[in-house]
Design a protein around this ligand. Structure first.
Ligand SMILES: Cc1ncc(COP(=O)(O)O)c(C=O)c1O
Length: 295
């Protein structure tokens, strides 16, 4: 499996130089426990983010500070998360932004962990891995990937991290004792999934077609779609409280997530997931069109 992860990181992520790989019991485990394992003191998290980054900092008794993608305004810290494509916004960081983050890591001798679990799901922008921007020096850089997303294998708990050999050696040592060992059958399933790209192409097409299908009734109802350039979500607003938008859509049986779940900056947005079946997405669209007819 290590060979397979190594090869995938080289061919798909564009990783160069010395790097190591480590399988994970799903990436949530890693997000939640990494700051504890590394005894982080100050953890920078995106200002609109997957909530487990903050939970991981709390578990480590570290200070969590919400920041935007530009490191010029970042406070002193020993650890920073970046996430592209983003959950919940579908934002894709540019190569320039990722290189600026690497530069910050080198200047501050701080760890950057890039959560790239939606990397395979490009739509109108093409995400790149932080591993392709290190010019072969992977010191203090990690990239996290999950087969929950890439291969729809959430129930397998199959993910992995690639990057700095010393940091990964330290993690491997701690985890031997913490007991988070990936079962052998799951390792074989990971090898099989990573050796096939066709299912990823199909899944990507599915998500992108659902995004397109849902966009027009949402816009007709007055939602403005922002970011949403890749990944599994539409991020949109009607310039009202997120809960007003949630209840407006819940009245016709369409469930979306309030943006405030992801940070204060999300308080006037909702996240629409593209993970329902095509049939249910199509039903949701019919209901939205009917709702528009009534309003
Ligand atoms: C940004 C992000 N990272 C990590 C995860 C965890 O995924 P898993 O534990 O299934 O690998 C999720 C799940 O939704 C996520 O959105």
């Amino acid at each position: 499996m290590r060979e397979s992860l190594h090869q995938w990181a080289t061919s798909r992520l564009g990783a160069t130089g010395d790097f190591d790989v480590l399988p994970l019991l799903g990436s949530k485990e890693f997000v939640a426990w990494l700051p504890t394992f590394l005894e982080a003191k100050t953890v920078l998290i995106p200002d609109i983010a997957y909530p487990t980054y903050k939970v991981g900092a709390i578990l480590a008794s570290a200070q969590a500070v919400a920041v935007d993608i530009s490191p010029k305004d970042w406070p002193e810290a020993d650890f920073a998360w970046v996430n592209s494509p983003s959950n919940p916004t579908g934002r894709v960081h540019t190569d320039y932004e990722l290189r600026a983050v690497i530069e910050w890591s080198r200047t501050n001798k701080a760890l950057i962990v890039s959560d790239e679990c939606y990397l395979e799901f490009e739509d109108t922008a093409t995400p790149t891995s932080i591993m392709s921007h290190t010019d072969g020096d992977n010191t203090n850089i990690l990239a996290v990937h999950s087969l929950s997303k890439r291969s729809n294998m959430a129930g397998y708990r199959a993910a992995f991290v690639v990057g700095d050999t010393q940091v990964i050696a330290r993690l491997r040592e701690v985890r031997k004792h913490a007991g988070m060992i990936v079962p052998l059958p799951v390792q074989h399933a990971m090898i099989a999934a990573l050796s096939d790209d066709e299912h990823v192409v199909q899944q990507r097409a599915r998500y992108n077609s659902r995004r397109e299908t849902l966009a027009s009734p949402l816009k007709a109802l007055g939602f403005r779609i922002e970011e949403s350039k890749a990944g599994l979500y539409i991020w949109c607003t009607r310039d009202e409280s997120d809960w007003d938008s949630v209840s407006f859509l819940a009245d016709c049986g369409v469930l979306v997530t309030p943006g405030s779940f992801y940070g204060e900056k999300g308080a006037r947005y909702i996240r629409v997931a593209l993970t329902a079946t095509d049939e249910n997405i199509s039903k949701a669209c019919d209901r939205l069109i009917e709702l528009k007819g009534k309003s």
